[in-house]
Design a protein around this ligand. Sequence first.
Ligand code: F6R
Length: 243
Amino acid sequence: MQVLVFKNEAEVGKAAGMIVASEIIKKPDCILGLATGSTPIPTYQEMIRMNREGILDFSKVRSFNLDEYIGLAPDHVCSYRRFMNEQLFDHINIDKANTHVPCGIGADHEADAKAYDAAVEAAGGIDLQILGIGHDGHIGFNEPDDTFSRETHIVELTDVTRQANARFFDSPDEVPDKAVTMGIGTIMQAKRILMIATGADKADTVRAMLRGPVTPRLPASVLAFHRDVVVMLDAAAAGKLEA
Ligand code: F6R
């Protein structure tokens, strides 16, 4: 695992944007795995900038997002589909038909989850997966558990996660208690993983992830078993690494 530390989150965004750019330049029809949340926003801004400046062409890129809340329609103001449109897709020349976010409102969540994994597989798998990390060590919405999950599935969100995400909703009670997420198995099959963590509030979790042991109680720790992971941190998130 390669760990790179930058001065602040803007610098992380620039560096992470370069990793994405190099992937797209190498393989213009690459498959990107995308995350929501606050962490990737500076990276998405870099991607938008490079697209506007004509450096980066997304016309052949396809994408699969990690997760979605159960019960939120794609146009709901807090849905992850809406987030992705507003933070990235509306501002770059990607074909929206090539962007995928798990469905949170289908009649059969199990069937939808299976179809999502099948679509990732049919696309040839994810070339570069962008990940953030939750305070409890979750990746996607894979919360601490007794075992690692393999495929896309429905999860109960922990109180820690619901509280952390309440900032996006009018009231904490509105945060859905379930989500659909790619499984750890699907994430680990990505050819390359870019994990981004910024802010002092992530420092303890980042330290635990990097120190191990690998345990489903800290889902992100499993990244130690992937052969091509870049971890990009700002100084605040890296603050406890020497301790
Ligand atoms: C969201 C996702 C989550 C977030 C994590 C950190 O698609 O996959 O694992 O990456 O909850 O969220 P932020 O970046 O808001 O701290």
